[in-house]
Write a protein that binds this ligand. Structure first.
Ligand code: MLT
Length: 266
């Protein structure tokens, strides 16, 4: 059930279903909270409270800024927790949502009881990657989002998903196409200036699940191994027949790994 509430200085749209320990699901770029549909229902049915916001400038959460930093997104999430009276949560982020989760655990360690880092990476962008992001931001602002869908679907989804799961292709395409180019460009610029989280990893002291699609060309398995090797209390789950959108491509495997992890916390 989508709700819209005033959080910090913006209106943050979010879903909040179920009761029990809170799990906050942070979407990737340029997507929205609907990518977590299968996890929200599953977590609610498994006895958890699942909260999925649309991050600033994406989905139904509007923002007029020219750049949205990962730090701002993390602060929006803590403001949402305050509003929902949640002291601690498991923070689960995919790709850009993973950057936000890494910022969040650094800024607000006492508010996190577990981390899930899916299809993400710790190092910052190099100069070439920053340049490409700026070029894409400018192109989105002048042309809209369709070139992003055309250029990225074959990287976001594994060959098996592309061959067998037309509903997943449609959902991912629709999320990209309905993204506000201004919000997407601002997030793209925010990712370009994100800091290098590598040195934070050894001091993460909550249980962490690192998830990656075996066939992810965007954030390959090596990026996840890098985090797993440096986060003391972490486990690594490699999902077969999935690329970047592991939770949508293989929801049963993703949910199973998530549940096993969450149930192990006590
Ligand atoms: C995402 O899925 O959030 C993006 O691929 C992240 C990125 O561009 O670094």
């Amino acid at each position: 059930m989508p709700l819209v509430n005033a959080v910090s200085e913006i209106q943050l749209a979010y879903d909040d279903l179920g009761s029990g320990s809170a799990v906050i699901l942070l979407h990737g770029y340029p997507f929205d909270r609907s990518m977590w549909r299968a996890q929200i229902d599953f977590l609610r049915d498994a006895g958890f409270r699942a909260i999925a916001p649309d991050l600033r400038g994406l989905g139904e959460t509007k923002s007029s800024g020219e750049i949205t930093t990962m730090d701002e997104m993390a602060r929006d999430v803590v403001a949402l927790m305050g509003q929902l009276k949640i002291d601690q949560a498991a923070i689960c982020g995919l790709s850009m949502g993973g950057y936000v989760a890494l910022d969040f655990v650094h800024l607000f360690p006492s508010r996190v009881n577990a981390l899930v880092l899916a299809g993400t990476r710790a190092p910052a962008d190099n100069e070439q990657e920053k340049l490409v992001r700026e070029q894409q931001a400018q192109r989105m602002l002048s042309e809209g989002m369709s070139f992003v869908a055309d250029a990225t679907l074959s990287k976001l989804l594994a060959p098996r998903t592309l061959a067998e799961k037309p509903e997943v292709i449609t959902h991912v395409r629709e999320m990209i196409l309905r993204s506000d180019p201004k919000g997407a460009a601002a997030a793209q610029r925010g990712m370009a200036v994100r800091r290098d989280y590598s040195d934070d990893l050894p001091s993460i002291n909550v249980p962490t699940l690192v998830v990656v699609g075996r066939e992810d060309p965007i954030r390959p398995v090596a990026d996840s191994r890098f985090m797993h090797d440096r986060i003391r209390d972490s486990r690594l789950e490699i999902i077969e027949d999935a690329a970047h959108m592991t939770n949508m491509e293989q929801p049963e495997t993703f949910n199973g790994a998530l549940l096993t992890f969450l149930q192990s916390l006590d």
